[in-house]
Design a protein. Structure first.
Length: 204
């Protein structure tokens, strides 16, 4: 009986310890109220975090443009209270505090990747801090197919037949394409370029 009581007390203490805590939080930063060095202040804390592109084309239901802002998501290694997370956001001028239930979902929201009714921002404009890997977090299988489709369109529009030229362009301008090419998309794209070159040369 005593052992059972000890087990119950241990479970209860763990529940109490974790109660009211989570690892992932988000806030909004406005250009006109944040400290000039707020990004540097965030980076110095060495907390994995993402900063969205400047949202300057968001509109409200009436069609009016919203005040420009950044979305900031921090991902602590351990659970934190709201107060502990608020300390970080206060230091960088963050307004409001939101608990993040889905890291991938919120990360994708930074560019409105799943919100076709909203303006889509560039993935390459997301700022990553503390070792966080934005492309790794947001990656879905469907994104790979979409990236390959975009590369095909780009090659056709710009008469690109060289895999090397495409790879160099992707490395400098489209990190999402570069990631696909370096993982599992190379074979498909190379075969497409080879086949397209043959088609053009043969006049078919």
């Amino acid at each position: 009986m005593a052992n059972n009581n000890m087990v119950s007390e241990t479970k209860a203490s763990k529940k109490v310890y974790g109660a009211g805590r989570t690892r992932n939080f988000a806030s909004v930063v406005y250009p006109d109220s944040a400290p000039p060095d707020w990004r540097e202040q965030l980076a110095l804390r060495c907390i994995p975090a993402f900063v969205s592109p400047l949202h300057d084309r968001d509109t409200n239901p009436e069609g009016e443009v919203k005040k420009p802002h950044w979305h900031v998501m921090v991902m602590f290694d351990n659970v934190k209270t709201d107060a502990q997370a608020q300390e970080v956001f206060t230091a960088i001028g963050g307004v409001g505090l939101e608990r993040v239930n889905s890291v991938r979902g919120y990360a994708r929201y930074l560019c409105h990747l799943d919100n076709p009714e909203k303006h889509r921002y560039l993935i390459g404009d997301v700022c990553s801090c503390g070792g966080a890997d934005y492309l790794e977090v947001i990656s879905l299988q469907t994104d790979k197919y979409a990236a390959i489709g975009e590369m095909i369109d780009y090659c056709k529009a710009n008469d690109v037949f060289s895999y090397a030229l495409l790879l160099e362009y992707a490395r400098g301008e489209r990190p999402d394409w570069f990631r696909v090419l370096c993982s599992s998309g190379t074979i498909v794209v190379k075969e497409y370029l080879k086949s397209r070159a043959w088609t053009v040369q043969s006049g078919r």
